[in-house]
Design a protein around this ligand. Structure first.
Ligand SMILES: [Fe+2]
Length: 131
């Protein structure tokens, strides 16, 4: 395997692993909101999810730039939207009922899952086929 193919494979493996962590954190947040978990614990989970998502999206965006990826702007728009929703959730955490926040978190889980299955899959295919 060439160095570039090995790099591309490692990049995709790394991204897949990050998606699993991101989805697991978001699922935990959903359950915490749905079960009325301790507010400090919920807040900690949401902060970890935001921090992780910022780092993950930045690494994906760097990869897209390195690969001169043609869907960069629309893909990045999804990232911006997801971070806005997560930051809005954080701003509402102390004021809005957990059931409302739980439904927003579940909707975000659906959006991120769809993003991974479509835009991230397309990016992974592009990286895999790269030289
Ligand atoms: Fe992405």
């Amino acid at each position: 395997m060439s160095d570039i193919k090995a790099f591309n494979q490692a990049a995709n493996d790394c991204t897949d692993g990050e998606h699993q962590v991101q989805l697991a954190l978001l699922e935990k947040l959903c359950v915490a909101l749905e079960t009325g978990a301790d507010a400090a614990n919920t807040s900690q989970l949401l902060n970890a999810l935001i921090d992780y998502s910022e780092a993950h999206f930045m690494s994906e965006e760097l990869l897209m730039r390195m690969k001169s990826y043609d869907d960069y702007e629309d893909h990045q728009d999804d990232h911006v939207h997801m971070l806005e929703v997560l930051r809005d959730l954080k701003a509402q955490l102390d004021s809005d009922p957990p059931t409302l926040l739980a439904s927003q978190a579940r909707a975000m889980l659906g959006f991120i899952s769809q993003h991974i299955a479509t835009r991230d899959k397309r990016l992974a295919d592009h990286v895999r086929q790269g030289l």
